[in-house]
Design a protein around this ligand. Structure first.
Ligand SMILES: [Zn+2]
Ligand SMILES: [Zn+2]
Length: 133
């Protein structure tokens, strides 16, 4: 009989995106170990690499290059994510800020420029003009 660790490794190497989709949505909340196993899977590593390439290895919050996380903009397709729509590359700082709802991503800015009907959700902070140089 395989140990739990060995079973997880098998899963990480063999489960397809469709398998992960089913596994990760079987129960709510998703067991943490399963989500962690997913982040160590070949399926995720491939998607992660694709998204980093898609973003030119630049943080989509501040354009910094270097160590980047790949963040889920949405969990709606968890396990079988759409690389172009559901994921985004972020540096650690922007990743933290995104989880705190404190950043605007480049694609969000682009969407606002394309579509001026996008609702403004946060009232603008009026700068103190006296202190601007
Ligand atoms: Zn950043
Ligand atoms: Zn994230």
């Amino acid at each position: 009989m395989n140990s739990f660790k060995e079973q997880v490794r098998l899963l990480q190497n063999q489960a397809t995106a469709k398998d992960w989709r089913r596994l990760l949505t079987l129960r709510y909340p998703t067991p943490r170990w399963l989500y962690t196993a997913y982040l160590g899977s070949l399926t995720w590593k491939e998607k992660r690499a694709k998204r980093l390439e898609f973003d030119d290895h630049k943080c989509q919050g501040c354009t910094l290059m270097g160590f980047l996380d790949v963040h889920h903009k949405t969990y709606k397709n968890i396990g079988d994510e759409n690389v172009a729509e559901d994921l985004v590359s972020l540096c650690r700082n922007c990743h933290k800020a995104t989880h705190a709802g404190e950043t605007l991503l480049l694609d969000e800015i682009a969407a606002i420029i394309r579509d001026d009907s996008v609702a403004v959700q946060i009232p603008p902070t009026v700068p103190d003009y006296a202190t601007l140089k």
